[in-house]
Design a protein around this ligand. Sequence first.
Ligand code: ADP
Length: 603
Amino acid sequence: MNIRAQLTFRYIIIVLLVLFAMYLYLGTALKGFLSHRITEDLEAHAVLTREILIEKLPPKDNFTYDAIDPLIDRLGKISDARVTFIGVDGTVWGDTERDGAALRAMDNHLTRPEVQDARQLGSGIRDRYSDTTQTEFRYYAMPIYQRTLPAEESELIGIFRVALPMETVNTAIGTLRQIVLFASVAGLMLAIVFSIFSTGVIIKPIEKLTQMTQSLAAGRIDSRVPVDSKNELGRLSRNFNLMADRVQEQIDQISEEHRRLDTILRNMGEGVLLVNGAFEITYANPTAISMLSLPETHIGKALIEINRIPELQELLQIAEQTETVAFAEIRLGNIAEPEAEVTVVPVAAGEEYVIVIHDVTKERQLERIRVDFVANVSHELRTPLTTIRGYAETLLNEDATRTKAQEQFVVKILNHASRLSRLVSDLLELSRLESGDVELKRTQCHLNSFYAPLLDVFEPILEESELVLRWDIPESLPQVRIDQQLFMQVLVNLIDNAIKYTPDGGEITVSAETCRRETAEESAVNSAEIVLHVRDTGIGIPMESQSRVFERFYRVDKGRAREMGGTGLGLAIAKHIVLRHNGRIWLESTLGRGCTFHVAVPL
Ligand code: ADP
């Protein structure tokens, strides 16, 4: 049932209830009122007619029908009611409804309840059906006494009765019923007309609102509802329009942002993919499509089905398990030397993942060109440098005719040529390590095996600078699988630095221990590592430089380092060697009190 029908139905019910209540109330009220009026009328009639009757009645013993009945008939006419006179023995002497033989044939009225009441109580009133007239009457009976003095001795001579038909009441109620019925029909009609009109006032705006919301839902966002009143419905309509305005604004804003985002995604150099929790593609920008050679119908397809790159799938699984950003360098399948940095970012609690693919092929090529170039230049510089050094040494050793100044020049040439050749060989070493061409020749060895060769290298300089080298590696330390030659290079570079940057009389300590590996990935299997410490009591490295000393050519104090004969490549080389061993290198230092370099290699 729609609202209009419901409201109309309710109006009709209300009108009917009101009319029914009115009918009930008016019915009882009118009946009571009329009944009261009749009783009053009867009493008035009775009192009046009794006075007349007492005057006119013959003495008790002279009662005859002929004397009394005409008198009663007259009184009945005057009072317009049925009047009856009953003797003390119950004989009806006169009655307005009966005459002659019929009167004489009337039964004894002594048993009538109103007559009994009148005799015993002084008056009697009853509603009764009259056998005589076949109608319902209200009877009022009073005793009549003979007028003698003194009054107490007056004798009862008969009962006087006045009656009015109840028909008046019933007719009045009948009329009322008709009026109410008529009013009900009229009220019903009015209720229907009124409800149709008034519900229309309410329903129309609601219907308009419904239409508007339907068109909003259908995407016609510019639909509005007319506001033609200031009441609640008008306010509701206005609020609906305001809401639609806000929705439109938001949609415009979102569309604008979407357009902007789309332009960015379409034109960016990185491939961007969106996959859902089941790793099915929900979006791919043009770069991603070309990078992964996705077919046109890639949306909704599982990534692994379209492009079989297990590493990508593994990366997605890592992101799913760890619920954090996962990153890896992956070789993609469609370019000759395709290398890409892939980042997987989980969005909305693992329900969606953003995959960003950055093709680093070009960068890698440039890097390789740079490394090759440095290697080539270094290589090319080696031969002329050797020649220069050779000739300088010959000049220094053989030519006895030179002046003191000439000798100084030759010594300078020799020193600089030596420095240059150290730089060139360090550069060559670094390029070899960076290019990845160096094959690690791993062998099982104990760190103590490095002690003797290191001592061979550093003993003279240690003695010269009065420095103490404390070698504190326990024999019980497990062996490690490393490239001994390269690892020797690491130790040489670290100890060389320690000697260079520790004032005379200082101490250098080399120690080592086994530790548990801190990184999460390999914790399951071989998580132990050996950590080597090279500690000195030298000048230390300021905080701001600590993170940079492993960069090539970075020096804390350029003049001093050069003076020390450093190339600025020692730590960069050490770092590369350690990384090739899947290890880590870091340092701790307090300025002016020395520093400790730590090298960790997995066992
Ligand atoms: P260099 O050949 O100049 O020593 P490195 O790469 O070995 O180059 O070291 C880089 C810089 O780090 C050095 O120039 C020096 O300033 C600083 N450094 C390295 N080791 C130490 C150390 N043990 N004590 C103080 N400073 C150091």
